[in-house]
Ligand binder design. Structure first.
Ligand SMILES: [Zn+2]
Length: 166
């Protein structure tokens, strides 16, 4: 009952993560359809139920997605703690302004990246072009899938197709 369950909207868009207990009551109330299951069963006094892994709502819900908060922790998470200049994962990491503040660079998802101390020092107060450095990929604002994707672990292989991780 401690397993987590991925909830999909009626159109298969990932919505949330819930508890197995909640998922089972939604299944029981016929509000959702069982899409994927874990290889186990939940036993009650009279019956054995499949362990839900992915469920889908029968009717579409309009849900305004929460904006991902722009902060140091989420920048590092988005970039998987990998320096966006050299690709290394050497702790501790810093946050680099791609266009330096002194050049008018803003605190935005598109201008902040995870960088190792070595690259950050090398780049200094310059644009990447000025010092011949290149970003591995253009930094972007994470989508609402970000939180769900970051909660993925090996235990949730069955979720991957629905979170576009395959
Ligand atoms: Zn680096």
């Amino acid at each position: 009952m401690l397993r987590k369950v991925l909830v999909l909207n009626q159109n298969y868009e990932p919505l949330a993560i819930t508890s197995a207990k909640r998922a089972i009551s939604l299944l029981y109330l016929n509000r959702v359809q069982l899409v994927e299951r874990y290889a186990c069963e939940i036993h009650s006094v009279s019956l054995a139920l499949p362990c839900p892994s992915v469920i889908r709502l029968h009717s579409y819900v309009h849900k305004p997605y929460k904006e991902v908060v722009l902060n140091r922790k989420n920048i590092l998470k988005r970039d998987h703690n990998i320096c966006q200049y050299c690709g290394k994962n050497s702790q501790p990491m810093t946050i680099d302004h791609v266009i330096p503040k002194s050049y008018g660079g803003k605190d935005t998802w598109e201008n902040l990246v995870c960088a190792c101390i070595r690259c950050n020092t090398k780049k200094g107060n310059h644009t990447p072009d000025e010092v011949g450095m290149k970003l591995m990929k253009p930094p972007r604002k994470p989508s609402h899938l970000f939180y769900l994707q970051s909660m993925i672990s090996k235990a949730h292989q069955t979720w991957k197709p629905y979170l576009f991780l395959e």
